[in-house]
Design a protein around this ligand. Sequence first.
Ligand code: PGA
Length: 250
Amino acid sequence: MTRKPLIAANWKMYKTPAQAQEFVKNFLPLVARHERDEVVLCPSFTSLSVVIAAVTGSGVAVGAQNMYSADEGAFTGEISPLMLKAIGTTHVILGHSERRQYFCETDETINRKLHTALRHELTPIVCVGEVLAEREAGKTEEVLLRQTRGVLAGIPPEHAAPIVIAYEPVWAIGTGKTATPQIASDAHKVIRGEVAKLLGAEVADKLRILYGGSVKPDNATALMSESEIDGALVGGASLDPQSFGKIVNY
Ligand code: PGA
């Protein structure tokens, strides 16, 4: 089974629209005619439009870092899938561990967002991953199974094809501590095995599982060489065009 790798930049709460535009100007020449991987930039909401305009015709796609689960309504401060779609956003990160940690997101709220994203044909990048205490207590597998089941609840197999899962061990995010290719690969196998049980072998076989957590130019090749690793979700190292360009060209 060949799965097209997906490499996504998660800029988090960095970059003004002008800075985002400057990034794209410097980044596009580094990935011109790059077809091996799907490349996605995820700026903050206020930079989506300028980034979408700037990447036009390049093959690079643009995703949001979050969205709400309703189409519209009295939800002050939230952004709907319709708004994202209307400006040309194609992907959306859901349930990032920072959303879970600081903004009370749970498997249940992420699951609602996932249903909504699929209904609107946004490609969801759904994040799962254990915190350090869970890993040290030997609970990694249990946590990954619980999160995988929770976020995928009620998704019919025939609608699951666009789903991308990102395995992001929380202890590796922004810490400079990368999971070894073996640790990541083992976690991906747990997730894929559970997806096979929930949605069938065919969906599991095609499912892209990204690794995220201190991916850098110097560890990208080793990680991407694992057959279980179908791409990367990159935070800190995606803020600089040279550095992210090197990761995409692993
Ligand atoms: P990092 O972040 O690459 O800075 O560790 C990854 C992420 O949070 O998606």
